[in-house]
Design a protein around this ligand. Structure first.
Ligand code: ACO
Length: 318
C-alpha cells in the first residue's frame, strides 16, 4: 500500500509586523480586547508589491530544503489560496515557474481557511493512486489585501503568510485519512463582497458575522474530530498533536476540550501570526516541527474551518 508521507515543511511570514497597539491607531479597539477575545497579539502583513506568490515561493523553497529533494522531483503542485495574485493564471502556475519546474500539473484550490486541508487531501489521492510521486502542497494567503481597515470586527483577526509541505510516496504510513466538507448555505455569514461579477466598482472586503461563525465553527470542528478518529478506529488519546486552524484561541480551546487533549499538545501560533487563512495549518505544523515538538512517528490531527462554509481534517503519521 502506498501512503503520502511528509518529507519536509517550510513556512514564511512577511517582514512587516502589525501589533494590536498599531491597530489601536487605525480602529476603535484595544490590545487587551483583541488578546482576550481572539488570542492574537500581532500579525504579519505583506509589503508594497509583495504578493501571495512571493510568500508561497519562500515557504516552498524552505520545504524543498527541509525535504532534501531537488525541485525536478516535484511532479504535482497544488496551492490553497483565496487571495491569488491574479484571476488567472493560477498562483500555483506562477509558483511553478518561479521554482523552475515545468510540465507537471499545477493548480489553485479555493476553500478559504480550509484551502490547505483541501489541497493536502487532493495531493494525497494523487500519491495513493500512483498518479504522482512527489507533491508540493502550499497554503498561502495575503488576506490583508481584502480587509476593510475601518472594520474592527475583521481587520484585527487576519495576517499574511505561507506554509508548504512536500509529500512523497512511501510504503510506511503517512497520511491516514482526510475528510472534506462544505455547506454553501452560509455564504451570508462570511464572504468577500467583490469579484468578477460583483462589486468591481469598489474594493473587495471580507464581511463576517463573527459571533455566528464562531458558534458554527466550534460545533463543526467537534464533529469532524470525532469523524476522523472513528474512520481510523482511533481514540482521542492516540493523537499526539492537534494542529488546528488558527482563527481564535477560544475556538481552539473548545475543540481541544472536546477532543480531551491538553493544551500542551496543541500547536498554537495565533498570538504571533493571527489568522493566516489557508497558510495557518501548514505554518503551525512547520513551527512545531522546526522547534522539535513534533517528532517522526507522532500522530497529528490537522483541522480547519472557513468561508464557504468549508471544513476538513487530516490524520497523519509524521
Ligand atoms: N475591538 C473592540 N471591540 C470590538 C472589536 C474590536 N476589534 N470587534 C468587535 N467588537 C465589539 C463589537 O462591536 C461588540 O460590541 P457591542 O456589544 O457594543 O455591539 C462586542 O465587541 C462583542 O462583539 P462580538 O462579535 O459578539 O464579539 P465576539 O466575542 O464574538 O468576538 C470575534 C468577535 C473575535 C470576531 C469572534 O466572533 C470570532 O473569532 N469569530 C470567528 C472568526 C472565525 O473563526 N472566522 C472563520 C475563519 S475566517 C475565514 O474563513 C476567512
Amino acid at each position: 500500500m502506498t501512503f503520502a508521507r511528509v518529507l519536509g515543511t517550510g513556512g514564511y511570514l512577511p517582514e512587516h509586523c502589525l501589533t494590536n497597539s498599531d491597530l489601536e491607531r487605525l480602529v476603535d479597539t484595544k490590545d487587551a480586547w483583541v488578546q482576550e477575545r481572539t488570542g492574537i497579539r500581532k500579525r504579519h502583513i505583506v509589503g508594497p508589491g509583495e504578493t501571495t506568490c512571493d510568500l508561497a515561493e519562500h515557504a516552498s523553497r524552505r520545504a524543498l530544503e527541509a525535504a532534501g529533494i531537488e525541485k525536478d522531483e516535484i511532479d504535482f503542485v497544488v496551492l490553497g489560496t483565496t487571495t491569488p495574485d491574479l484571476v488567472y493564471p493560477a498562483t500555483a502556475c506562477r509558483l511553478q515557474a518561479r521554482l523552475g519546474i515545468s510540465g507537471c500539473p499545477a493548480f489553485d484550490v479555493q476553500a478559504v481557511c480550509t484551502g490547505f486541508i483541501y489541497a493536502l487531501s487532493i495531493a494525497d489521492q494523487f500519491i495513493r493512486t500512483g498518479a504522482a510521486k512527489c507533491a508540493l502542497v502550499v497554503g498561502a494567503d495575503a488576506s490583508s489585501k481584502i480587509l476593510d481597515w475601518t472594520d474592527r470586527g475583521t481587520c484585527v483577526l487576519f495576517g499574511d503568510g505561507a506554509g508548504a509541505v512536500i509529500l512523497g510516496a512511501s510504503e510506511a504510513p503517512g497520511i491516514l485519512s482526510t475528510h472534506l466538507h462544505a455547506d454553501g448555505r452560509y455564504e451570508h455569514l462570511l464572504y468577500v463582497d467583490g469579484g468578477v461579477f460583483h462589486g468591481y466598482d469598489h474594493p473587495a472586503y471580507v464581511r463576517m458575522q463573527g459571533g455566528e461563525v464562531f458558534k458554527i465553527a466550534v460545533r463543526t470542528l467537534g464533529r469532524i474530530v470525532d469523524e476522523t478518529l472513528a474512520a481510523n478506529n482511533m481514540d482521542r488519546c492516540d493523537v499526539d498533536w492537534l494542529v488546528p486552524h488558527q482563527a481564535n484561541i477560544r475556538i481552539i480551546n473548545a475543540t481541544a476540550k472536546m477532543l480531551g487533549i491538553p493544551m500542551e499538545r496543541v500547536v498554537l501560533t495565533i498570538a504571533e501570526h493571527g489568522n493566516t487563512s489557508a497558510a495557518s495549518v501548514p505554518l503551525a505544523m512547520d513551527v512545531a516541527i522546526r522547534d522539535g515538538r513534533i517528532s517522526r512517528g507522532d500522530t497529528l490531527l490537522l483541522e480547519a474551518f472557513g468561508g464557504g462554509f468549508t471544513w476538513g481534517s487530516a490524520l497523519l503519521k509524521y
